[in-house]
Ligand binder design. Structure first.
Ligand SMILES: Cc1cc2nc3c(=O)[nH]c(=O)nc-3n(C[C@H](O)[C@H](O)[C@H](O)COP(=O)(O)OP(=O)(O)OC[C@H]3O[C@@H](n4cnc5c(N)ncnc54)[C@H](O)[C@@H]3O)c2cc1C
Ligand code: SF4
Ligand code: SF4
Length: 375
């Protein structure tokens, strides 16, 4: 084992079996030897070392000096500080519980088709369509419906055009490691990629870039974060929605979480499920996650505003700000100042603080830092 060159064994001990792994799959896509795979059966969502060139805990490439998996991992050691310093030349202050932010706005698409399919203001879809159509990116790693597996099953997907963006819009609340669409993009030789994902995934490009993880880091040049308190095990459909509320997964046409789990059904019914009944289905990988606000994205987006048809957007980088300005100038989005919705800003802070308290006290102290009066 080399402490100076931490590799798979350290990742396995400290993150994967150490209770910090989110299942973001960053390590898998960064591995240059293709010896890591992903277990998404029965709610596991964890990487594992395949049975060649080592075993469960040992990697012969790691023993020879390969450190790519630990360099890619956005939960390894002092990940938050390292990414903050790389992206902003400083670590976040204690007051910045939702991460370092340049600006906060409310935004929505001006395109009726995108507004119709988008979860909140359709901002993410508008951004992806704009970036693809204006030669900003070659492709985006998103979450698609896995229709072969069944209703409301998801799979990571590469989209390269407006039709793909429309087909993959909206939110699903089970886990989808969008990063795993990367190999398809690399195979297609696409160099400029956007990654859409919750905080766990949105920190992966920053981890890779700050620790110089090669061409994967370079290709993942734009990150769109999704605010997130948790995802749920797929079992929630049968064991709660169907067993307690008589709602079959194939009947659901839209879902959202606004204080309660909201379900819209194909016969026009609307069902609310209290969140306290959903907690038993919280995905394991979310239980120690400290990042509600996708703090390392270029633009982080959420639906906690007072109106359902606006997306709250946290601008975190100059690249994100520039893209937002260009979208505004092209008339593809409407924008309002975030402080027009003080309730949303207060909720953002509250939910960000709550998530930070989940990070283990024994872990790196950075992610748990919140204002003293809030603890
Ligand atoms: C699991 C999850 C939890 C969330 N929790 C919160 C929350 O607690 N509070 C809050 O304010 N906002 C939350 N959001 C964000 C919110 O639901 C919207 O995604 C966000 O406001 C952007 O809205 P939009 O209309 O601009 O996005 P859209 O234009 O509808 O685009 C949404 C994008 O998200 C991708 N996506 C959908 N489902 C998943 C998934 N399961 N995993 C990865 N990518 C996915 C789609 O492929 C699409 O690219 C959550 C989103 C997800 C996916
Ligand atoms: S958190 Fe992500 S990068 Fe780290 S070990 Fe888990 S899947 Fe791999
Ligand atoms: S709470 Fe959300 S951001 Fe955190 S690990 Fe779970 S899915 Fe990822």
């Amino acid at each position: 084992m080399s402490v100076e060159k931490p590799q798979w064994t350290e990742l396995f001990d400290e993150v994967i079996t150490g209770g910090l792994c989110t299942g973001c799959a960053g390590c898998i896509i960064a591995c240059p030897h293709d010896v890591l795979s992903y277990n998404d059966a029965n709610g596991v969502y964890k990487p594992f070392h395949i049975d060649v060139d080592g075993d469960e805990r040992n990697c012969t490439h790691g023993e020879k000096g390969c450190t790519m998996c630990t360099r890619a991992c956005p939960r390894f050691r002092s990940w938050e500080t390292e990414i903050d310093v790389h992206q902003h030349q400083r670590e976040r202050t204690v007051e910045e519980v939702a991460g370092i932010t340049l600006d906060i706005v409310l935004a929505r698409t001006t395109d009726p088709e995108l507004a119709d399919v988008g979860q909140d203001g359709g901002f993410v879809s508008a951004l992806l369509a704009f970036a693809l159509e204006n030669d900003v990116i070659d492709g985006a790693l998103v979450s698609a419906f896995d229709l072969e597996a069944g209703p409301w099953r998801t799979k990571p997907a590469l989209v390269t055009d407006r039709a793909g963006v429309i087909a993959t819009a909206g939110s699903r609340y089970t886990y989808c490691a969008n990063t795993l669409a990367y190999p398809e993009a690399a195979e297609a030789k696409l160099e400029r990629l956007a990654l859409v994902g919750m905080g766990c995934q949105a920190s992966a490009p920053g981890a890779m870039q700050s620790r110089k993880a090669g061409k994967v880091a370079r290709r993942l040049g734009l990150t769109i974060g999704l605010l997130c308190s948790k995802t749920f095990d797929d079992a929630i459909f049968e064991e709660l929605f169907e067993a307690q509320y008589g709602v079959k997964r194939e009947e659901i046409v839209k879902m959202n979480i606004k204080g309660v789990f909201q379900l819209w059904l194909n016969d026009g019914r609307y069902v609310e499920v209290p969140l306290k009944e959903c907690h038993a289905f919280t995905r394991e990988g979310c239980k120690s996650c400290p990042d509600f606000a996708a703090e390392h994205a270029d633009l982080s987006t959420g639906g906690i505003g007072e109106s359902n048809d606006w997306t709250l957007v946290l601008v975190r980088s100059e690249q994100g700000r520039d893209l937002l300005e260009k979208m505004k100038a092209a008339g593809v989005v409407e924008i309002r100042p975030g402080d027009e919705d003080p309730g949303a800003l207060a909720l953002l802070r509250k939910l960000a603080q709550l998530s930070r308290k989940r990070w283990p006290e024994a872990g790196d102290p950075g992610p748990r830092r919140i204002p003293v009066k809030a603890s």
